[in-house]
Ligand binder design. Structure first.
Ligand code: A3P
Length: 381
């Protein structure tokens, strides 16, 4: 009996502890289930966020790349230094990767949100020039190019390409490769001042594109000749005096019309050749004197002629008293001053006034002819 009661007691004790263990197990199971459920929810939340971040970074990257390309397009504009610019490939790659991102970023009606980036006009590419600065040497051609290329819709080759006079045999593909990258709506420009005086060039430009717009900066031919001479003398130590080179036989009676600096100033002769191929309406004459006195005025005319909004204005220019020439603010907002290099705006040597007077006399009939052809009186003395 006693044994039975002990057995019964121990049985009831072990079933109680069994029950307690069971309750403990269930509680533990419940806690671990709740913990796991929380963990899974948080993992899935962070996964969703990182997907969204990936998507955003995919859609925004090409924009950054395309803008950095446009700012570096000036580098690719320097043909000699960088003929096969790799940044172009990078850009093409990055832009062509956009449709994948577009596929993910569909708008509510199912159409891609960033359709704009697919338009071919926004893919930078090289084009033959629409506009050429054809001359005249030492009249302010570099100043004109530097001023007009401040316009965001103008892209210019950095150095003189000399395609139509020296490299014509290399073909238009070669020429195009030396042009900067542009997007739709931007003008491609090139400046080579020797085009104006090279016999074959008008016809060659015409064959490239009959609608090419031509910019010609002109300056008083006497000052231009002195400027041309000053440049040559800066490269040659033992150069003869200007007066010795500009006249035949040492006296001022006969002008040496075969001497380059004098010859180039007979503008009417060269202009007649251009007018055989291009109507006057496709030519714009810029006064070299006015480009110094009032650059904003001349650049305003150039922008109108090219069908551009007047973006480059007087706010972009200031007169640098040390240099004695107008210099640039690269943008209206950023007042970083920039003057042309030392080779532009040189001091001219003193020239005998009688020699100058004789040259003025020589040029007078040619100047009058030039005024007549252009319809502009440049009032050179
Ligand atoms: P000089 O150096 O004889 O003064 P180009 O660029 O066609 O070679 O012309 C050079 C001429 O541009 C210079 O000749 C200078 O007179 C003129 N020029 C016009 N605007 C200028 C500017 N803002 N800064 C320097 N030179 C300028």
């Amino acid at each position: 009996m006693f044994v039975m009661s002990i057995w019964g007691t121990s049985l009831s004790l072990s079933s109680r502890s069994l029950a307690i263990a069971l309750v403990l197990c269930v509680t533990l199971l419940y806690i671990s289930y709740s913990f796991n459920a929380c963990l899974l929810a948080s993992i899935s939340r962070s996964l969703q966020q990182s997907n969204l971040r990936n998507l955003l970074s995919l859609t925004s990257t090409p924009r950054n790349e395309s803008s950095s390309n446009s700012s570096s397009s000036n580098d690719s504009a320097t043909p000699a230094s960088n003929p096969s610019n790799n940044s172009s490939n990078t850009t093409n790659r990055s832009i062509s990767s956009v449709p994948a991102a577009v596929g993910i970023a569909n708008s509510s009606d199912g159409s891609p949100k960033y359709q704009l980036l697919r338009q071919p006009g926004l893919r930078p590419s090289r084009h033959l020039p629409d506009t050429l600065i054809i001359g005249v040497k030492k009249s302010g051609t570099r100043a004109l190019l530097e001023f007009i290329r401040l316009h965001p819709d103008v892209r210019a080759a950095g150095s003189e390409v000399h395609f139509f006079d020296r490299h014509y045999q290399r073909g238009l593909r070669w020429y195009r490769h030396h042009m900067p990258y542009t997007i739709e709506g931007q003008i491609t420009m090139e400046k080579t001042p020797s085009y104006f005086v090279t016999k074959e060039v008008p016809q060659r430009v015409y064959h490239m594109n009959t609608a090419t717009k031509l910019l010609i900066v002109v300056r008083d031919p006497v000052t231009r000749a002195i400027s041309d001479y000053t440049q040559a003398a800066s490269k040659k130590a033992d150069m003869k005096r200007f007066e010795q080179l500009a006249f035949v036989n040492g006296s001022y009676s006969v002008v040496d019309t075969n001497w380059g600096p004098v010859k180039i100033g007979v503008y009417s002769r060269y202009l007649e050749r251009w007018l055989l191929y291009f109507p006057l309406s496709q030519l714009l004459f810029i006064s070299g004197e006015r480009l110094i006195m009032d650059p904003a005025y001349e650049i305003g005319r150039v922008q109108d002629f090219l069908g551009l909004k007047r973006v480059v204005t007087e706010k972009h220019f200031y007169f640098n008293a040390t240099k004695g020439f107008p210099c640039l603010f690269k943008s209206e907002a950023r007042s970083t001053p920039h003057c042309l290099g030392k080779t532009k705006g040189r001091n001219h040597p003193h020239i005998d006034p009688s020699a100058i007077e004789r040259l003025r006399e020589f040029y007078r009939p040619f100047n009058n002819k030039f005024y007549q052809l252009t319809g502009i009186n440049f009032a050179w003395a």
